[in-house]
Design a protein around this ligand. Structure first.
Ligand SMILES: CC(C)(COP(=O)(O)OP(=O)(O)OC[C@H]1O[C@@H](n2cnc3c(N)ncnc32)[C@H](O)[C@@H]1OP(=O)(O)O)[C@@H](O)C(=O)NCCC(=O)NCCS
Length: 238
């Protein structure tokens, strides 16, 4: 939708702001099938560049600090309730029909989800994911590489399963998929599709670590000393 309306009356050019260009934008909380509109959310700043955007929190708004969301047109951002904090996260969905779905019990120290203005793409993040500092998700590259047959680096959606730990400084690029219970090592760049759950992925580009002891792993938010001490812990390996 045009942000400005241009009128030409007898050669006099008048430019007016189109009030409908940034209308019908809502932040809502949905609980037990009922939705209520929120007008202020602590720790969250939202900027709308178009109309019909929805930011939806499911069951409860998680504790947030310095979270910024930019929406283009017709975007859907869904974030589940969390026992942990969501910090220093930028969601740059200044595109059309962008979708971000983040499950329950999500935590992040700092990072950015960027659609680079490319429309109709999704970032899906499952339940209980733990992201460290300097995490980047890029569903597009921002500029085009092409050959005689056309564009090579086409934008694509990104999917992260449940209970995935991204260590510090991990980048996840267009088309990447990471299965449940995976860990991605510090500084890795994930470009591929990893369908096998419970694997350690690391490197540039990230590969599955094939050493025997890393073929079936899981992880916990507990630090090592507590994990070792805690003999009641139920170790789940799928
Ligand atoms: C992923 C991680 C936790 C694994 O630790 P670990 O179990 O002790 O693993 P190891 O160091 O023994 O490495 C296991 C294998 O993965 C490889 N690997 C581990 N991290 C890697 C990385 N960042 N890049 C490339 N390869 C890596 C090792 O070379 C080794 O490969 P090999 O089996 O082929 O020799 C650790 O490497 C890491 O990234 N730590 C940072 C955690 C972090 O960011 N914490 C901040 C708080 S969220």
């Amino acid at each position: 939708m045009e942000k400005r309306i241009k009128i030409n009356i007898l050669g006099l050019k008048i430019v007016l702001k189109n009030p409908f260009a940034v209308s019908n934008n809502k932040i809502i909380l949905t609980k037990n099938g009922k939705s209520k509109r929120l007008f202020f959310v602590k720790g969250l700043k939202v900027k709308y560049y178009g109309a019909n955007n929805r930011i939806e929190f499911i069951d409860k708004v998680p504790k947030m600090k310095n979270v910024r969301i930019s929406c283009g047109e017709n975007c859907r951002i869904r974030i589940g309730a969390s026992s942990y904090a969501v910090k220093n996260l930028d969601i740059n969905a200044r595109a059309e029909n962008s979708e971000v779905n983040i499950g329950r019990d999500f935590s992040i120290e700092s990072g950015c989800i960027d659609f680079h203005g490319e429309p109709n793409l999704q970032v899906n993040i499952g339940d209980d994911c733990q992201f460290g500092c300097d995490i980047r998700f890029d569903t597009a590259d921002g500029h085009t590489i092409y050959n005689a047959d056309g564009a090579l680096n086409t934008p694509k959606s990104i999917t992260i399963g449940n209970h995935v730990w991204l260590c510090r400084q991990v980048s996840v690029l267009k088309g990447a998929e990471i299965a449940d219970n995976c860990v991605v090592g510090l500084g890795s760049i994930v470009t591929g599709v990893f369908k096998e759950s419970g694997r350690l992925l690391a490197g540039i580009p990230a590969k599955q670590i094939e050493s025997e002891q890393y073929k079936k792993i899981n992880w916990t938010r507990l630090p090592n000393k507590s994990f070792v001490k805690c003999n009641t812990i139920h170790i789940e390996l799928h």
